[in-house]
Design a protein around this ligand. Structure first.
Ligand code: ADP
Length: 403
């Protein structure tokens, strides 16, 4: 009996001891998770052993060092408290000359005020901007700086990530240059092709006039096809030239009354309007900043198409404009033949047409010209349509209010 009693007491004592060790272990785990412990001493049967920790903050440190972006902790005055190897590589300077110094010797003079402003604002909220860094050997490094408040204990600092944009800028520059080259090529080709083509057309017309019915019957046919083909080529070349002139001959944006532009469009299309008895209505239209001639081209192409692609119903065209806080959204609605939605993007590409040439004339350049003009005005163009019911073309123009 006494034996039995003592073993029960032993068990209770053992349980109490185990509970205590469990609590201690839990406390230690919590401390490890919080990063309060760097190393542990564990008493073993032979000896005490020291274990260093591969804790979660070590992973963060490795992430900071190996990431492919420059990273730094900055004071609001630009002092570099901490930075990674990638940033020193971007600055082409050894770590010891960067750490503890200021970021400003590595910022171009032009960007310095903006960076100072960013650092001040970054104490409150995340900020992003593009700047140019000046490395120690004078190389300019375009980069994006993305910063956010970095508040640890009592210190208010800034965490900044520097993304090197050198490669992207080079690609952009190449793209701009090749676009320019292409535009120049289209302009020169279409401009210079006009002259020889004019000669071809003249000669063919003389041939037609002088020798009609005097040669074999098939010769008349060939001459006729050649005249028609060269006229079409002339139309294509002229439209290509108009397309390539949008950028080169575009004017500065001036204040434009779009209602007036619509009246001029209606005047220009007067004969087609009266022939088709088109009923053209409109809501009040805004005044805004745009290139008048180009806006006229947009209206003329869209209303001209609404007339051309009419159905059997009495033709009704309605023009309206609504504003959101950034732009005017114009719409030109018709009740014509409509467009299959699967082609609603294709029709804006150069020389793309959906209908037979024998039914509708045109080169397929009108909507490409509209798109290029609208994009030059910082806007977008799209169509919503139902076959057999009609189409509504929308385009936006940035809304810069008149002062
Ligand atoms: P084009 O009028 O010279 O054929 P566009 O570039 O102006 O060329 O138009 C491309 C194509 O889009 C047209 O050939 C036609 O098939 C279609 N389209 C344009 N506007 C309309 C419209 N209002 N209604 C129906 N189809 C249209």
């Amino acid at each position: 009996m006494p034996n039995h009693e003592s073993s029960r007491n032993d068990l209770i004592a053992e349980i109490a001891e185990l509970r205590l060790r469990l609590e201690e272990a839990e406390e230690t785990l919590e401390a490890i998770r919080n990063g309060e412990v760097d190393a542990l001493v564990v008493s073993g049967p032979q000896d005490d052993q020291v274990y260093t920790l591969n804790g979660s903050d070590r992973a963060y440190r490795i992430l900071f060092e190996t990431m492919n972006e420059g990273a730094a902790i900055l004071g609001s005055d630009g002092t570099v408290f901490y930075c990674n190897g990638k940033l020193t590589a971007m600055l082409r300077a050894p770590m010891e000359t960067v750490l503890g110094g200021s970021i400003f010797p590595f910022v171009t003079e032009k960007c310095a005020p903006a960076v100072a402003d960013l650092l001040e604002k970054a104490l409150q909220s995340p900020q992003k901007m593009e700047i140019t860094l000046k490395s120690r050997d004078g190389t300019l490094v375009p980069c994006q700086i993305s910063s956010s408040p970095f508040l640890v204990e009592d210190a208010a600092n800034i965490c900044a990530i520097f993304t090197d944009l050198t490669e992207r800028k080079q690609v952009e520059a190449n793209l701009i240059r090749s676009n320019k080259d292409l535009a120049q090529f289209a302009y020169v080709a279409s401009h210079d092709l006009q002259e020889p083509l004019r000669n071809v057309i003249n000669c063919l017309q003389i041939l037609e006039k002088k020798y009609k019915y005097k040669l074999e019957p098939s010769a008349d046919q060939y001459i006729h096809h050649a005249v028609e083909g060269s006229k079409r080529m002339k139309a294509l070349i002229q439209d290509l030239l108009a397309y390539s002139r949008i950028d080169t001959h575009g004017k500065e944006h001036a204040h434009v009354d779009s209602e007036e532009v619509l009246s001029r469009t209606v005047e220009n299309l007067a004969s087609a309007i009266s022939e088709t008895r088109a009923d053209i209505t409109h809501d009040p239209l805004p005044r805004m900043a745009a290139d008048t001639t180009q806006l006229l081209q947009v209206f003329q192409n869209l209303i001209g198409n609404a007339i051309k692609f009419r159905s059997d119903k009495p033709l009704r065209i309605h023009v309206s404009a609504t504003a959101n806080n950034r732009e005017w959204i114009f719409s030109i609605r018709d009740n014509g033949i409509g467009i299959d939605p699967q082609y609603s993007e294709k029709i804006f590409m150069i020389f793309q047409r959906l209908n037979k040439r024998s039914e509708y004339d045109g080169t397929g350049m009108g909507l490409a010209i509209v798109k290029k003009i609208v994009e030059r005005h910082g806007g977008r163009v799209w169509v919503e349509s139902t076959i057999g019911e009609g189409s509504t073309f929308y385009f936006t123009i940035r809304n810069i209010r008149e002062s």
